[in-house]
Design a protein around this ligand. Structure first.
Ligand SMILES: C[S@@+](CC[C@H](N)C(=O)[O-])C[C@H]1O[C@@H](n2cnc3c(N)ncnc32)[C@H](O)[C@@H]1O
Length: 205
């Protein structure tokens, strides 16, 4: 939490105000289904809660960083925003039609990832959908920094990152039905222009 509070204090809206390319793709997929309520775990300062709200969904974001939450409250007045750890879900008895979770799961260690995925599963209605993006083993930072667990490195100090192969990602989501997986290149300009090779997985409960 301290790592993220400091990053948001230093850089504000780190990734800008526009949605990621993966969110645009998730929206295209979501539009094919009957979705009203979307949950966004690790919602940061609200660029994606705002994006899906603007696209007429009922959106709830959960975020652990108070600094990010304060920015989000001034930026996105349409979504419901909850301050807390997604590892403590549920915060209500809602069942969501879909989950959109961008660039968050890889920040958790093995046991936490299992717990988080189980909690996400429980937050979805039967037939509910989920779209996750994660760092892949094709990231340029793969293998950099101290090794913490299998394929998990402290590539930035105090921010261990798990790098997912496709097999590994599929193994994490065995309780779901997999609709689609792939890689999306996401170019960002904070701290110099760089491109992530993110894996995504689109699932159904
Ligand atoms: C890489 S950022 C992505 C933010 C957002 N998904 C986006 O794309 O703009 C990861 C976010 O997860 C949040 N986070 C980290 N651990 C969390 C936890 N246990 N519960 C809720 N949020 C968490 C961080 O504070 C940070 O805002």
């Amino acid at each position: 939490m301290e790592y993220w509070n400091n990053r948001y204090l230093d850089n504000g809206k780190i990734w800008g105000t526009e949605p990621s390319k993966t969110a645009l793709y998730a929206l295209k997929l979501f539009k094919k289904y009957d979705i009203i309520k979307i949950l966004i775990p690790g919602s940061g300062y609200g660029r994606h809660t705002k994006f899906f709200s603007k696209n007429e969904y009922e959106v709830t974001g959960i975020e652990i960083s108070e600094t990010a939450m304060n920015i989000a409250k001034g930026f996105d007045s349409d979504s419901k925003l909850i301050l807390g750890s997604v590892l403590n879900m549920p915060f209500n008895d809602e069942r969501y039609d879909a989950i959109f979770c961008h660039s968050f799961l890889h920040l958790l260690l093995r046991n936490e990832r299992g717990l988080f995925i189980e909690k996400c599963y429980n937050q979805l209605r039967e037939g509910g959908l989920a779209f996750f993006t994660v760092f892949s083993e094709q990231e340029s930072s793969f293998g950099r920094g101290a090794k913490i667990e299998e394929n998990t490195f402290e590539s930035k100090l105090y921010r261990p990152t798990h790098y997912f192969t496709e097999r590994d990602l599929l193994d994490h989501f065995k309780t779901f039905s997999v609709i689609e997986t792939g890689i999306i290149e996401e170019t960002e300009s904070h701290g110099g222009l760089h491109t992530h090779r993110l894996r995504y997985i689109f699932l159904q409960k």
